[in-house]
Design a protein around this ligand. Sequence first.
Ligand code: ASP
Length: 344
Amino acid sequence: MAINRRNFINLSSLGIAGFSLQGFINTNQVKVQKPIVIATWDAGINANKGAWEVLSKGGTALDAVEKGVMVTEDEISCCVGLGANPDRDGHVTLDASIMDHEFNCGSVAFLEKIKHPISVARKVMEKTPHVMLVGEGAQQFALSQGFTLESGNLSETADKAYKEWLKKSTYKPVINVERQSPTSQLEDKYKAPTRFANGDWNHDTIGMVALDIHGNLSGSCTTSGAGFKLRGRVGDSPIIGAGLYVDNEVGAVVATGQGEDVIRVAGASAVVEHMRQGKTPQEACRLVVEKIKRIKKEKANDIQVCFIALNKNGAYGSYALHDGFNFAVQSNDENKLINAPYNY
Ligand code: ASP
């Protein structure tokens, strides 16, 4: 079915204003692609499926970005959820954030033994006057909201990686140059060897942004952060404006990669501001990546930073400092994994 005014008019006459299986043409004749969801890394493929269940039925972007990343929180990967790599003391500590189309936002950081930090972040947003809760306080709050305290045992994979890491005990993040996490169920064409179990840190935060059929944007981000980090370290993912930012008039952005360097430039917010000035999502991501490269000078060789961005019309883009970053897209027209353009 092609996108045309007739589809839109037919559905409108049924009283479903603006609703179309293929998006619609708005009054300024800009093609708006909606609903649509994009998410970081190959884990984004499964996460998008979770989000799509919501979006394809006319659900909200906010529900979609929560449900979507919960899929990844339930998987075993190096960098998301309770199955992920621990800090240097052997504890998994989780960061997450969520933001809707009305600047409502919530986040948790340094949260332990709770399975779905993204849902706790949403509760912070909806049930408290605050934006961010951390550590023990975040955990207490989660329990008060009916979340269950999990064991705190490492997953088998993380235990193996931790034991390997202990042999050297050096903190040396490694840039992902392979495009696969070991548990992801990818088509063969995406498969590549992995360094997951060798004790090094790969980046694999799941970040997701979506535009729903109602024209609203939301975003989410959830991670165990940098594997083998100092106890108490918090990255960019739960910092609104750094790891995640949504301005419903402009667009929504999430970051992955070395959180410290994303925080330094208020990364996600900076990308949104470039889009506000008329840049495309990809150009906006590129400008902020290049700024980080300038700031880091020769140290930029050793870090990865990546952004994905979705604008109000459903146009999306991405940019990374180094090769190796990919992101997944799901809409009525597309369902694919895209290798992001990169600087180096
Ligand atoms: N940005 C995350 C952090 O620094 C890590 C990642 O994306 O892999 O905590």
